[in-house]
Design a protein around this ligand. Sequence first.
Ligand code: BGC
Length: 756
Amino acid sequence: MRDIKAIIRDMTLEEKAGLCSGQDFWHLKAVERLGVPGVMVSDGPHGLRKQDLSKSSDHLGINDSISAVCFPSACGASASFDRELLTEVGALLGEECQAEDVSVLLGPAVNIKRSPLCGRNFEYYSEDPHVAGQLAAAVIKGVQSKNVGVSVKHYAANNQEYHRMNVSAEADERTLREIYLAAFETAVKEAKPWTVMCGYNKINGEYASEDHWLLTEVLRDEWGFDGCVVSDWGAVNDRVKGLAAGLDIEMPTSGGVTDALIVKAVRDGSLDESVLDTVVERILNLVFKYADNRIQAVFDRDAHHEAAVKAALECAVLLKNEDGALPLKTGSNVAFIGEFAKKPRFQGGGSSHINPSKIDNALDSTAGRAVITYAAGFPADKDEEIAGLIEEAVESAKGKDAAVIFAGLPDIFESEGYDREHMRLPLVQNKLIEAVAAVQPNTVVVLHNGSPVEIPWIGKVKAVLEMYLAGQGAGRAAADLLFGAANPSGKLAETFPLKLSDNPSFLYFPGDGKTAEYREGVFIGYRYYDKKEMDVLFPFGHGLSYTTFEYSNLRLSNANIKDTETLTVSVDVANTGGREGKETVQLYVSDHTNTAVRPLKELKGFAKLSLKPGEKKTAEFTLSKRAFAWYNEAISDWYCASGEYEILIGASSRDIRLSAKLNIESTQLIKMNVTQKTLMEDLLANPKTAGIIKGYIENQPLFSQGESDAASAVINSQMALRMMLEMPLCSIRMFGQISEERLNRLIDELNSQIDG
Ligand code: BGC
């Protein structure tokens, strides 16, 4: 064990301050005289982007990096809904880091997909925080199993690229807690990341890099984070304020400027040196955790490439498959159309851009399986019609058994650094697809994109296979899936709305550049579309297979629980088709207690099962209070009200197969001071006051008149109860049932019950 505290005692103030910012673009500073090495960090998240420091460095993916393996980006990885797969991929990334002497991989990125327009959506997992948190935790466990750290980013509410370095995300605390912080919370609590990267943006007016509430109160004090907070590259505003708020490492180098500010602050007494010492201790712990636990790892690019193909197979989502158009028959005559068949788009632009060791394309990977003709159809890098290409593609599709069009977004359409302008595919691609579908009844479209697109031709094609940006194995995976060598098993971790303006953030995204108002609150993605009963193109959780699954036998361990107890939910799933396949069983919770404005349902569990034909397996979920709770700002805590809840088990958010109800009894007493204005419903909801107040309500003249009274023709007892619930306590005086003095005595009695 190293004596970190002894090293700190030996450090000069300048050395300590120096450790709080980078040496250069990718290294922390060394303190050679004390044996502290200057370790390297690199992007991430879905591959290693290690830049050669003898050449130019940048954080925007401009300069080249070493050859590495590009695994599926988060948009595809999330569609796998496969924790084990992501842990395996994480471990391979960790091996690559060890082999290349990289101490921290800058990812995963767990920001929530608020709008389909965010330029970095391809790097993010989901519109749902449960999916994002669970999958991020899985990756982190994999990477860190190789003694390499991660940096969970971009903390927090960093959901757009427009003015990303100064925009303020304006959201209420409930929305932040339930949606935008939740995935970070899961990642921190379940996987103990070595570092968290704070975002560029402000939250409610405060830069994330100097937000004490965010970096210390929530992250460390509440969630128990014990690693380092690293700034996003250039995210520091006021370095000394940031240090005191909980920002440990500024990246990249500040050229010594901010180190000097820290020294000055300690000298003039505005920063307590003990704060700096705590930060330095955390940084040294990070450095030695890596340096003292090196693993001899090999970076076997070929083996990792095979793993990338395997991962890509799990990420593809079969969105539509009419008349069993897919899989295509071996030996059939098929037209492949679109440059993406030769040059798949498999990753996005910016800091996550990997220099791939190898790229498989669908055209070459199909060799020997079918008679293929190829036509380019359109340029892959822009929205431009090139004379003759559409006509040539249409001719090639005529009379064939099927046509497969490889469509998708050009690089320029989605990237780090700016947002998308619209949700459309290039117009030339839409035109080509319509033209081919007009002559070829078996038209199949393969999509390469990092975020949802509008699909105006959906009714005209037989099948759509969403490949997302599936890494360097995307092409071979597409060929295997198209010809049935593998069975698609991905599900959408986001909704495909019919059109952009349906999206709940549409009116406020991306804001005016100064603020981005999250006025849709917790109603993002399916939480909104479901509540509004809107049609969508493809719902959250949707994804088809070449086989079929039957759900049965939903069991709850108990239909009545306290909020301190856990609930076990089990459901059987059988493969009722003729092929081996995988199904992601989804568990949603619905709150029927009417205590807060909530979505109709929220995903709280998922399990991916692999099933042979005829095989049946049981998916099991354990739910605790948090799965049922909402964030109650009045008590600054998660709250699960007493009453009825429903468990919904689905193959997608809009394909609920089974459901079961349960009752939960809350043990959480909401502190309450009864006054004349306290509402009856609040008194009834509190077990300590409910009994007394029930008696008063039932004795109200509205109730006691009896059903035969003429008044009951106008107001029956049920109606009276509904009215009473929302009346203040003093209303019982209004009905002449109680004197002022007696009312005040009743208030004292209720308050003493609560305190007792
Ligand atoms: C990005 C981060 C990235 C960093 C280093 C920033 O611009 O937002 O995601 O890790 O650069 O390249």
